[in-house]
Write a protein that binds this ligand. Structure first.
Ligand code: HEM
Length: 181
């Protein structure tokens, strides 16, 4: 997993808790890298899971909630770091998510050729957008947080629901976004 995901996670922990908390979760999770992440490095995705579990132990907040909170934070950071992905998005959140596979992730894989990106299938029907998340990794809660961050970024009144998928190889979760009003 790309180092920027780890550096952003550590920044969120430091800003929301403290530098001591950063040191504590590195020690408790016993990550092989020793926690000295750089944004250009690549690290096993199991390390972010171990760090989230250690943060959960230390704070009493459930891991799925921490993963979602991190996803929201991450989307805000992506929006600041890559403003060009947001140009011409007059159609808001649905337009952005509709292009996630062919526009955004295609660009991201050019920027980070060794990134192990998830894939998405998106369908829009009237006021509803269905987004199916496919990945070999268990990051559906992170994906949900990113989607919630996207909704918040465009400041739209959209409800985000999710359902786990069984029996469809590689598919993990379907997110259902419904425009209110
Ligand atoms: C709402 C929109 C988005 C969703 C739902 C999403 C979802 C995810 C998820 C779930 C992962 C974890 C990896 C996995 O599941 O296997 C991931 C990784 C990643 N995403 Fe996104 N993403 C979104 C937008 C973006 C944007 C806008 C960017 C870039 C500017 C981006 C760049 C990345 C990168 C660099 C990784 C790390 C890949 C790796 O570690 O190898 N994503 N994304």
């Amino acid at each position: 997993m790309k180092g920027m995901i780890f550096t952003e996670f550590m920044e969120m922990v430091e800003a929301s808790w403290s530098m001591d908390m950063v040191d504590r979760i590195i020690a408790d999770s016993k990550v092989a890298s020793g926690g000295s992440y750089t944004s250009v490095g690549t690290y096993p995705h199991e390390e972010i899971i171990a760090l989230i579990l250690a943060l959960s132990q230390a704070t009493g907040i459930a891991p799925p909630e921490l993963a979602r909170t991190f996803g929201k934070h991450l989307f805000g950071r992506f929006a600041l770091a890559y403003p060009r992905f947001f140009h011409g998005m007059d159609g808001g959140c649905f337009q952005f998510l509709y292009g996630i596979e062919h526009v955004i992730l295609a660009e991201v894989s050019k920027l980070y050729p060794d990134a192990e990106l998830p894939t998405f299938e998106v369908k829009i029907e009237k006021s509803c957008l269905n987004l199916t998340y496919y990945s070999p990794h268990p990051f559906a809660d992170l994906a949900q947080g990113l989607i919630e961050g996207c909704v918040a970024h465009f400041a739209e009144d959209i409800e985000v629901g999710s359902e786990a998928i069984r029996g469809q190889p590689g598919a993990r979760t379907r997110f259902i976004l419904t425009r209110r009003g």
